[in-house]
Design a protein around this ligand. Structure first.
Ligand SMILES: Nc1nc2c(ncn2[C@@H]2O[C@H](COP(=O)(O)OP(=O)(O)OP(=O)(O)O)[C@@H](O)[C@H]2O)c(=O)[nH]1
Length: 632
């Protein structure tokens, strides 16, 4: 275990992740030739957020790759934020030192200013660009050169005399920076005691594992230089599985957290972090608390379960594993973002309904950001996800893999509705048409939940006395829930609402669950307008990088899209713009950015928040909704 590392490699596009990964596999003996395998990696696009999130969920450490020319780019910021959220200790690797314009010191400063990294270089390069020859390790004070056709022979030499001054300066900087976050090193540094290689190495390790420091490595993956020292760095400075607290949920104990690796009771537990429905059934990716030597087999089945836990699994594990495994745990809550976009899909022919639902079931199981629902009014199937591309891919897979010809509606944004003030209801539902009548009266109020409320819908029965027999309360809650599913402004779910029942009335013969459920639905609709409802729309955090000559045009266009520019930085010849923009105004944005910047601009976007739309937009949306309803 001490020499095992679970790591991820994350970076802006094109910085050399794939090249670096391949070299790592080569030098660790996993592949025997460079260019031998294809690496399956997770695209960094917002539409595939969940792939990145679940990978981060099971990592113990990571390497953030930065390009020594491009520096800290828009996606570097996004992936760095994700790693921070999952509290993943990390190293930085400044790649492509062989390229023209390579400047690792500039990149290190950007990491400090833009990513707020507390970091320092662990190495100094010997030469740069065409002349990049090797690296000096500031901890061990040795020079490394990489010989052989694939750089596999690492030759260690003394620090060249002409570099002693810069090495001394950078080593002092490293010690200073680490001292700021490591008391033990600080004591030695302040007392002016000599600091040995191993003292320094241990201090760097403590600070990195504690996520207070990010050591910076350098090299050229493509030219096979610097990868082995980076790997040594992974071993020296990133934690092994037993040093991090990775949790799963204990099903048998009401979802208590249990420690995965290094589990103190020595129980065999596992965390299921990804499911894939394949030709041979379900494939489950697990992280175990123990290391297995040799092969083992497991068979199992799952019952799907939405909610905080993504899936509950039941397992039967063969052979001796069966005896040792007393429970198996499942995914702890990942950051699963709410889908922001939906579209209607329908199989053209009724005969393909079976295949169609099979496809949808499978996608839902594999991808928690992909949801399937029914439009309560039209009865159409609605799929929701993280963006246009995300949904396009599933529509295409329905066609290609399941051979289902489907009609597809226009993608639309997932609006929500909410109330802004308290409103009272008092509704009597009464019908007497021969036979048994219907009688139910509900009295109470609805009001907004506080912004930080963990639930989006809360029903409370605060009735004193027995005006309504308690057996009818669940039906009342059900009625309110159903009504809140589709608000009367534009038919979207009403969220952040608290409904309180204070009184009511019933009839000995005519009251029924149905009568109370209907009374609640009508009560909700009755008081909804008085609660001053508003429409909420998804707002995206958009990061743009464009050559400065286009900055004005692009910023003007963001304003036209009702975006708010929150940041504007200069990065060499580029402008980096950060803005909050309504998703509804971002359809087809990549095409228009391309034409505004002659193809030179790039952008990333991720979900930020749901916020109220302006009054005029609300009017437009409400009118459009009324018009489609009238046409039906
Ligand atoms: N000069 C130079 N080029 C490099 C280096 N590392 C990678 N490249 C090149 O940069 C390009 C992108 O490298 P990849 O390894 O595909 O980068 P990536 O980060 O996996 O890219 P995406 O998967 O598109 O995000 C390729 O043309 C590589 O050959 C390097 O150290 N020096």
């Amino acid at each position: 275990m001490e020499r095992l590392r679970n790591i991820g490699i994350s970076a802006h596009i094109d910085s050399g992740k794939t090249t670096l990964t391949e070299r790592i596999l080569y030098y660790t003996g996993r592949i025997h030739e460079i260019h031998e395998i294809n690496i399956i990696d997770t695209p960094g696009h917002v539409d595939f957020t969940i792939e990145v999130e679940r990978a981060l969920r099971v990592l113990d450490g990571a390497i953030l790759v930065l390009c020594s020319v491009g520096g800290v780019q828009s996606q570097s910021i996004t992936v760095d934020r994700q790693m921070r959220r999952y509290q993943v200790p990390r190293l930085a690797f400044i790649n492509k030192l062989d390229r023209m314009g390579a400047d690792p010191w500039k990149v290190l400063n950007q990491a400090r200013s833009k990513l707020r990294h507390h970091s320092a270089a662990i190495q100094v390069p010997i030469g740069l660009e065409d002349d990049f020859q090797g690296l000096i390790d500031l901890v061990k004070l040795k020079a490394y050169y990489f010989h052989g056709s694939n750089g596999e022979k690492v030759v260690t030499e003394e620090v060249p005399a002409h570099m002693e001054a810069i090495v001394a300066e950078k080593r002092r900087e490293l010690i200073e920076v680490v001292s700021e976050v490591d008391d033990k090193l600080a004591d030695a540094f302040l007392a002016d005691e000599p600091i040995s290689s191993s003292d320094l190495e241990e201090a760097i390790r403590r600070a990195t594992v504690a996520r207070k420091f990010i050591p910076v490595f350098m090299g050229s993956a493509f030219k096979n230089k610097g990868v082995q020292p980076l790997l040594d760095g992974v071993l020296s400075y990133l934690p092994c599985p037993t040093e991090v607290s990775n949790f799963a949920l204990d099903q048998s104990k009401n979802e208590d957290k249990v420690l995965l690796a290094g589990n103190p009771d020595g129980r065999l537990v596992a965390l299921a972090f990804k499911l894939e429905e394949g030709r041979f059934g379900q494939l489950t990716f697990l992280r175990f608390s123990h290391q297995f030597l040799g092969n083992f087999y497991a068979i199992g089945h799952s019952r799907g379960h939405a909610g905080k836990l993504l899936l509950y699994l039941e397992w039967i594990v063969l052979q001796e594993i069966l005896l040792r495994m007393d429970l198996l745990d499942t995914m702890t809550s990942m950051n699963v973002p709410e889908p922001v976009m939906s579209l209607a899909v329908q199989p053209v022919s009724k005969d393909s309904g079976g295949q169609f639902s099979k496809a949808l079931n499978r996608f839902q199981k594999e991808d928690p950001t992909f949801r399937v629902g029914l439009d309560p009014e039209s009865g159409q199937t609605i799929i929701s996800g993280m963006g246009e591309l995300h949904l396009d891919i599933y529509v295409e897979r329905i066609r290609r893999e399941y051979k289902v010809d489907a009609t597809v509606g226009k993608p639309r944004v997932n609006f929500r509705e909410t109330v802004t003030q308290r409103a009272e209801f008092d509704y009597l539902h009464k019908k007497q048409t021969g036979g048994q009548g219907q009688y139910g009266r509900v009295i109470g109020f609805i009001e907004p939940l506080p912004a930080d409320s963990p639930t989006k819908f809360l029903f409370e029965n605060m009735m004193v006395g027995q005006a309504i027999p308690s057996g009818f309360i669940p039906a009342i809650e059900k009625g309110f829930k159903e009504a809140a599913n589709s608000g009367s402004l534009i038919g979207h779910p009403v969220e952040n609402v608290r409904i309180v029942l204070t009184d009511g009335a019933s009839h000995a013969v005519d009251s029924s669950e149905l009568a109370f459920k209907l009374a609640s639905i009508y009560a909700f609709r009755q008081c909804y307008a008085a609660a001053k409802p508003v429409i909420l729309e998804p707002i995206m955090l958009v990061e743009l990088k464009v050559p400065t000559e286009f900055q004005g045009t692009v910023a003007g266009d963001i304003n036209k899209r009702k975006g708010v520019i929150v940041g504007n930085d200069q990065d060499g010849d580029d402008s980096v713009i950060t803005a909050h923009v309504p998703l509804n105004n971002m359809f087809g944005y990549s095409t228009s950015l391309r034409s505004m910047t002659q193809g030179k601009g790039e952008f990333t976007m991720e979900y930020k928040d749901h916020l109220p739309v302006s009054q005029d937009v609300q009017m437009q949306l409400v009118n459009a909704y009324k018009a489609t309803k009238a046409a039906e």
